[in-house]
Design a protein around this ligand. Sequence first.
Ligand code: ADP
Length: 294
Amino acid sequence: MELVINGLSKTYANGVKALDNVSLTIPTGMFGLLGPNGAGKSTLMRILATLQEADSGSAMLGDLDVLRQKQEVRRVLGYLPQEFGVYPRVSAYEMLDHIALLKGVIHDGDRKALVEALLHKVNLWEHRKRRIAGFSGGMKQRFGIAQSLIGEPKLIIVDEPTAGLDPGERNRFYNLLTEIGENVVVILSTHIVQDVQELCRNMAIINKGRLLFAGSPNDALAAVKGRIWEKSIPKQELEAHNASFKVISNKLIAGRPVIHVYDEGRPDGFAPAEPTLEDVFFSHIHGAHQPVMA
Ligand code: ADP
């Protein structure tokens, strides 16, 4: 099973081109869709989740036409949106039971077994009688995973799942995601490089609606290897360096900026840096690096 996206475009009524001819093949397992805010990630996720129309292009999940066979797609889809909007004032148990019923688990015994198993899986069993509205961010996200797993989905879409989670909650969420089967296409949309680094075997980078890279994190790193250089500089030299080099990131280390630049050869005064996925991301986003399709 693969999700094959071909030439997908979407322009909003205000003229913003949120997706510009995006083509991507997404295999089973965890796939990271990385891009800064406004890149077009949510637009792509909502189109794949059958919640929004594309202007042109196609998306096929196996032999299902995602843009046309919406009802069939919804039966095999698990969607965890960025925010639920309103969190219901009913208990986690009642809500899962309700969603399972809507998804067609009509037999009472089957539904009870499913809901109980899911609550254990996402570690919310102890909290099953509490209202979801009172949950912490991490608990809400884990509840989101539980509801997205109802109906044994073939495609799971998780939009910006770790934004706003503290490190402990983020780790629990990562562990939960990695337990989802290898036979499912899981798309994780995020602007957090660490999410992709820790979880994903394959990834894509998009910006301004365009695909800039597709491949494995290792391919992405290999493509910039030997081209990332670093230097610790006084704060007042930051502007001059920005003007003279392709500065892709700057971080304060012990109060002093350490800049990373992208260059084919080693610039004077710089030391070679072992590229990180963050370097890859920023070199693509800042246009320092020519698009590479693996
Ligand atoms: P991301 O999820 O990567 O932050 P989005 O898909 O939400 O990106 O947005 C992509 C672009 O489309 C942004 O410039 C955003 O402002 C614009 N956009 C998103 N939704 C709408 C909408 N409903 N109407 C008009 N513009 C929108």
